[in-house]
Design a protein around this ligand. Structure first.
Ligand code: NI
Length: 176
């Protein structure tokens, strides 16, 4: 396992549609290990394979309980491969997001409140979850990476995009 450099917004790999995983092999385990180590080294909530330069449909995410962010519910550690998302209902939430590929910035992004997602774990076993709130937001953000979309493209009003250190003094925590 290794910490890999994270590509930043503007890099062409981040704009590509990633290809599905076909083999759940040793190479895939190595990729997941590198993603894991890279995400943890940067205290990220999630990472997608294209962010370390691998254009394959693999994301991982995890949000632990953090007393600094009591309004954010924990999200279990998840490896999600070849995901399929189905929004449930039309309800959208606006929430502040950041991204390891857009360091130092935050933006207010609309996401479906509730969704179902399906995919495969690291061993190739299928799973199926229905989630809402922050968990649903994290999944939508990470899966967007697989379609070449970064969160700034989803911001409705670019006045709601700025530097984290400036915005943090003004943000209202989003309950979920
Ligand atoms: Ni991201």
């Amino acid at each position: 396992m290794a910490i890999r450099p994270v590509l930043k917004m503007g890099h062409p790999v981040l704009r590509q549609v990633a290809t599905p995983v076909v083999r759940f092999d040793h190479e895939l385990q190595g990729l997941i290990g590198d993603m894991d180590e890279t995400m943890r080294s940067l205290s990220g909530a999630g990472i997608a394979a294209p962010q370390i330069g691998v254009s394959q449909r693999v994301v991982i995410f995890e949000v632990r309980e953090n007393p600094r962010y009591p309004h954010v519910s924990p999200v279990p550690y998840t490896v999600l491969i070849n995901p399929e998302l189905t929004p449930l209902g039309d309800e959208m939430d606006e929430g502040w997001e950041g991204c390891l590929s857009v360091p130092g910035m935050r933006g207010l992004v609309p996401r479906y409140h509730r969704l179902r997602y399906r995919g495969f774990d690291a061993q190739g076993a299928p799973f199926d979850r229905t989630v809402e709130g922050f968990h649903a937001r994290v999944v939508q953000h990470e899966v967007d990476h697989l379609d070449g979309i970064l969160y700034p493209q989803r911001i409705r009003d670019l006045r709601d995009f700025g530097f984290e250190d400036v915005l943090l003094t003004q943000m209202t925590p989003m309950p979920d």
